[in-house]
Design a protein around this ligand. Sequence first.
Ligand SMILES: [Zn+2]
Length: 118
Amino acid sequence: MYYNDSSFWINILCGCVLIGLIPAAIAHNKGHNFVVWWFFGAAIFIVALPMAILLKPNARALEQEAISTGGRKCPYCAEIIKREAKVCRFADAKLSLYLTRFTRMTYLSFYNKLIQVN
Ligand SMILES: [Zn+2]
């Protein structure tokens, strides 16, 4: 009997472990724990797959990951943009014109002096 053969159960186990990668990958792309979803998917794939598809993205985790892989928050709209970006594609703002508090104060005091002279 094939069911009594240990290789049958090993094949089933390997199949579950492999098929569990699908919901795990979907959940991981939405910022959730890959290993937890891999176990869940391997154990009960038929439940884990629709749950992974309907899962809401974990915005905070995705943001953290984007920052750790070379992104930064736009000072205008708080969207994650590339670190080297000079223009924000979300806010359509020129980031090079973004002044720190110090440079803004320096600029303002210089501007005020100009006004007083004229
Ligand atoms: Zn922006």
